[in-house]
Write a protein that binds this ligand. Structure first.
Ligand code: FE2
Ligand code: FE2
Length: 186
């Protein structure tokens, strides 16, 4: 699956319906979206830092390669560190889902929920690859700030940002009712 295919709404299985779901159960299911909100706020903060660097440097592609010791270099290093931190946070979130949430959903949700879980896992695999790429770019940028490393890190961040927001949206829509109705701990 490519990052483009990950965003294909038509390929995403619809969850089963749970007509007897209560308000309290639905509220429980919505907690996943609230958790995702924290990660979206983290991504917003990194995007703002990215914008600030671009505003301060004009066209990043035009930057002189030697920027060591400047405020720009410090901001680039900061961007690399922030990207690396986001990578670790997002990977941790997915690890928790894979280790605890998905197995409980699979056990309680039966065959009707299985395609949704399989799709979410396949999306995790794509995102895992994107996290790895950004993590490497971020480490390199933090270690040696420069225009080329910044451009690579910014491009990798943009791809991951897009994919993870799309994944979060599908996951929280598809799992709101199952998490609630099946009383799966979040
Ligand atoms: Fe997920
Ligand atoms: Fe998630």
């Amino acid at each position: 699956m490519t990052p483009e295919e990950l965003e294909d709404e038509d390929a995403r299985p619809a969850p089963p319906v749970y007509p007897a779901i209560t308000g309290a159960e639905r509220a429980h299911g919505r907690r996943l979206a609230a958790i995702h909100d924290m990660y979206r706020a983290e991504l917003d903060a990194v995007a703002r830092l990215l914008d600030a660097i671009r505003a301060g440097s004009g066209n990043a592609a035009d930057l002189a390669p030697a920027v060591a010791g400047t405020q720009l270099a410090r901001n680039m290093a900061l961007f690399g560190t922030a990207c690396g931190r986001d990578c670790a946070l997002l990977q941790n979130h997915h690890d928790i889902e894979e280790q605890w949430m998905f197995p409980s959903l699979a056990e309680r949700g039966g065959a009707v929920l299985a395609p949704v879980i399989a799709r979410l896992k396949a999306e995790h695999a794509v995102i895992h690859g994107l996290i790895g790429a950004l993590h490497e770019a971020a480490r390199d940028l933090a270690a040696s700030p420069g225009a080329e490393g910044f451009a690579r890190c910014a491009a990798d961040f943009a791809v991951l940002d897009r994919a993870i927001r799309s994944h979060f949206g599908y996951e929280e829509r598809a799992l709101e009712e199952p998490l609630g109705a099946l009383r799966v701990p979040i």
